[in-house]
Design a protein around this ligand. Structure first.
Ligand SMILES: Cc1cc2nc3c(=O)[nH]c(=O)nc-3n(C[C@H](O)[C@H](O)[C@H](O)COP(=O)(O)O)c2cc1C
Length: 201
């Protein structure tokens, strides 16, 4: 990737007025140069997604972040609608679909469940990375490099101090991506992108 990257955050929270975690995370990256926040529920309250506008946004950015709370082990519905409509054959994938080739993609998710329930022996049986397989493979089909997710666990028990720490790490990750601080190698063999900022903090 180039030294300076443009980041597109596709944000979806259907009850943003009640959000604590994602509000803090989003506020931490608001107003950053070369970081575009696209609030899908706010922009498309009726779900009529402006496909051409979204395709243009994708083309103008280097890193695409799907940022949302975990809903039913996946994303809120508008993210799926966005994928269904915007990631078109001949644009995003297929024999003539190269628009996203070489870009990076990442999920930034918050979960109600703590990390220990997202294990083979835990209540949710699968890891967050396993649940995110459709995002991983969709990005791969679109010739993008899917990075490990940025995850905030334990929404119901997390403290305000931990939320603020997470928000600071999210800001560090997004600015690091923007400033070309990371290479693809940095993301190898790590479960969550959180680890990159936590170890450097
Ligand atoms: C409809 C719905 C579905 C949810 N599904 C999950 C889930 O599958 N796994 C999980 O860990 N938490 C689940 N949660 C909890 C949310 O992920 C959690 O409330 C959210 O991440 C908190 O972020 P916020 O403070 O920004 O709202 C769900 C919540 C709602 C309302």
């Amino acid at each position: 990737m180039t030294d300076e990257m443009k980041i597109l955050i596709l944000f979806a929270h259907p009850a943003f007025h009640k959000s604590i975690i994602n509000r803090a995370l989003l506020d931490a990256v608001r107003g950053l140069e070369n970081v575009t926040i696209n609030e899908l529920y706010e922009n498309y309250p009726d779900f009529f997604i402006d496909v051409e506008k979204e395709k243009k946004l994708l083309q103008e950015h280097d890193v695409i972040v799907w940022h949302h709370p975990f809903y039913w082990y996946s994303a809120p519905a508008i993210i799926k609608e966005w994928m269904d409509l915007v990631l078109q054959h001949g644009f995003a994938y297929g024999r003539n679909g190269f628009a996203l080739q070489g870009k990076w993609a990442m999920s930034a998710v918050s979960t109600g469940g703590r990390q220990e329930v997202y294990t083979a022996t835990g209540a949710n049986h699968f890891s967050v990375n396993q649940f995110l397989a459709p995002f991983n493979q969709s990005a791969t089909l679109c010739r993008m490099r899917y990075l490990p997710p940025f995850v905030t666990h334990g929404a119901h028990t997390i403290t305000q101090a931990e939320i603020e720490r997470q928000a600071a790490h999210y800001r560090e990750l997004i600015t690091g991506l923007r400033d070309g601080k990371y290479t693809e190698k940095d993301f190898e063999n790590i479960e969550y992108s959180n680890h990159l900022t936590l170890t450097n903090a």
